[in-house]
Design a protein around this ligand. Structure first.
Ligand SMILES: [Zn+2]
Ligand SMILES: [Zn+2]
Length: 244
């Protein structure tokens, strides 16, 4: 890097030339804490809460010193070998997981990125999305219940009280009006078996469904085929309205 370049960049920064705005010590520590909280959460989903397994799974060589900081900050406790999130840690972890999984959905369904790209980007964005943006993304995606790997997305405030200021782009299939068409964006099934059954019927992301009837049961058209579907199945399917 040339000297002139450095000087220019510094003078462009608001609030004086020597303020570290990105990648400072504090940010790096914050990110590492986030990573460990995320790991504690995902291991717990798999039924693991052992401290040594946590240290092994983490790639952070300085994990031990970070863990000390985290205990000091009241994020978790260790009982025997068991790692137990405290209220603050639980809340923080929940938010990180929520940001990560929502970002996965956004990048994969809306920006159609490959799974590999999605993972890389989600790991970066989970640290920087503000609460407001996170709510907007969730609303935009129609409050998806799961990530692209089928893991639950922790609910946010926006999921409980429906926000009217922002129209979701992706809506649950059941909200499609009679005679309207929707392109399937994603399916969040509660079982893999069900996903297989749906794909046999041609119900896969990308295909277009037309809503014929909602009551007493759902009748939908896909291509030339008319299908009757259970409400339970319909609730797993998310679509984007097709404008004629
Ligand atoms: Zn995921
Ligand atoms: Zn939501």
């Amino acid at each position: 890097m040339e000297e002139g370049e450095t000087m220019n960049r510094n003078s462009d920064l608001p609030g004086g030339p020597h303020q570290m705005r990105w990648g400072g010590r504090k940010e790096i520590e914050e990110e590492r804490i986030d990573e460990i909280l995320e790991l504690i959460w995902t291991l717990r989903e798999r039924g693991i809460s052992d401290l040594y397994q946590l240290l092994e799974a983490g790639k952070d060589l300085e994990a031990k010193s970070i863990l000390r900081v985290m205990i000091r900050d009241d994020l978790f406790d260790v009982e025997g070998n068991r790692v137990i999130l405290k209220e603050r840690g639980e809340e923080k972890a929940r938010e990180i997981i929520r940001r990560h999984r929502l970002t996965e959905r956004l990048l994969s369904e809306i920006f159609e990125m490959s799974e590999e790209e999605v993972e890389q980007e989600a790991c970066k964005l989970e640290h920087i999305l503000s609460p407001g943006v996170t709510e907007s993304v969730c609303t935009f995606l129609g409050h998806p219940p799961t990530c692209i790997h089928g893991k639950p997305i922790p609910r946010g405030e926006c999921c409980a009280k429906f926000k009217k200021e922002m129209k979701p782009l992706v809506i649950p299939l059941e909200e499609l009006g009679l005679g309207e068409e929707g392109r399937i964006v994603f399916i969040a099934p509660r079982s893999h078996q069900r996903l297989d059954r749906l794909s046999v019927l041609g119900i896969v992301p990308g295909s277009i469904l037309r809503m014929h009837q909602k009551n007493p049961s759902y009748v939908l058209q896909i291509g030339e085929t008319t299908l009757a579907l259970d409400g339970e199945v319909v609730r797993d399917i998310y679509v984007k309205k097709v404008k004629d």
